[in-house]
Design a protein around this ligand. Structure first.
Ligand code: S5P
Length: 365
């Protein structure tokens, strides 16, 4: 897969995860293989940066537990707002939760508690320390959630927007359940037409045109139009990344551990999209796992040496997009402080997007 384009990989094989295919198409469309690690201090800042940087990225990575003022309301809270932004700009939400407990516990942590991660995060991840049942347990929880959400959508369409559980979002033609709205605008549109009322999910105020993305034509959108940028809806699936290698100095993930992660991934392709790792682990021709890689920074624009981007003094080790994507076969770089600490994070994200995309095109040649 190292020399196959993202577009080719999107259509590769029957067992490529639906969200992986979607993500690969998004990468091709937006000319982006950049993930922002949105490690900011509060919810207001998080939503602001997601909206600003949205056009440049394909994945937004969160740590909900480091965000002060995270609003847990299922319909109007921070997760739901992120989902709306994800639809607006076309990116997937990845909650970097690093689950690491027995199957029963992680199932509850994934679907329950205050955060209800499964409802707003397309992707989450695990530590493999507890063994393979952590993956199968989360897969089971995700499958149950999907079944429920699809049932709710069906019910809501036939019942004219009344939702069986969490029955708040039932105002006629008004409030749309943001929990389902990420995947259901088509259903909602059908229902809307039948009812003859207007469902305005979000008002589009900006259109998107990244500098180097000739494939994405500028779309003129009307107020109240709920379809953005010609970007298709994400499927109602949930996906998992396995943390197989870490960027931090002295971490305990040796080759045997990493191989065990790969083995579990191959056995659970219906749920596992790929890895958070420092190199591609795709070894067999049929492996089409996504490799997402943190520990990435660019040298400053005015001082293009690699000195000074080695680490953060707390164990983090940085490599350039070029090294990771060309040298190690990684697909998506994960960048936090490199972008967030810049004077203008929006411009800096664009600089990272270009650098990572250039590295990918170099790898293709
Ligand atoms: O090995 C890893 C795995 C992860 S998910 N090393 C990491 O740094 N991360 C995460 O990536 C980490 O939790 C943080 O959210 C982000 C890196 O942030 P940065 O500011 O160093 O780019």
């Amino acid at each position: 897969t190292l020399t196959s384009t993202f577009a080719t990989r999107a259509t590769m094989g029957v067992d490529t995860h639906p969200l992986t295919s979607y993500l690969l198409r998004l990468m091709d469309l937006k000319a982006s293989n950049l993930c922002l690690s949105a490690d900011v201090s509060n919810a207001r800042e998080l939503l602001l940066v997601a909206d600003k940087v949205g056009p440049a990225i394909v994945v937004l990575k969160t740590h909900y537990d480091l965000i002060a003022g995270w609003d847990f309301h299922p319909q109007t809270g921070t997760g739901a707002k992120l989902v709306t932004l994800a639809r607006k700009h076309g990116f997937l939400i990845f909650e970097d939760r690093k689950f690491g407990d027995i199957g029963s516990t992680v199932q509850q942590q994934y679907v329950g508690g205050s955060a209800r991660v499964v409802e707003w995060a397309h992707i989450t991840n695990v530590n493999m320390i507890p063994g393979p049942t952590i993956v199968t347990a989360l897969a089971e929880a995700a499958a149950k959630w999907k079944e429920r959400i699809n049932y709710e959508v069906k019910t809501s369409v036939s019942a004219g927007f009344s939702y069986p559980e969490d029955g708040e979002g039932t105002e006629e033609g008004g409030c749309v359940n943001p929990r389902t709205d990420v995947n259901t605008s088509n259903h909602l549109r059908d229902a809307d037409e039948r009812k003859g009322s207007i469902v305005s999910i979000t008002t589009v105020t900006q259109s998107f045109e990244p500098a180097d993305s000739p494939r994405l034509s500028k779309t003129t959108l009307r107020d109240g139009d709920e379809v953005y940028l010609g970007i298709e809806e994400a499927p109602t699936d949930r996906g998992l990344l396995i943390l197989a290698q870490m960027s931090s100095a002295g971490n305990l993930m040796n080759a045997e551990y990493t191989n065990a992660c790969l083995d579990t991934a191959r056995k659970n392709k219906g749920f596992v999209m790929g890895f958070v790792a420092q190199q591609s682990l795709n070894g067999e021709p049929e492996d089409n796992f996504i490799t997402m890689t943190p520990g990435c920074q660019l040298p400053p624009e005015d001082e293009p040496t690699e000195n000074g981007i080695n680490g953060d003094g707390l164990g983090q080790q940085y490599k350039t997009p070029e090294k990771l994507i060309v040298g190690s076969g990684c697909d998506i770089i994960i960048v936090g402080r490199g972008i967030l600490k810049a004077d203008n994070p929006q411009l800096e994200a664009e600089r990272y997007r270009k650098a990572a995309w250039k590295a990918y095109t170099t790898r293709m040649n």
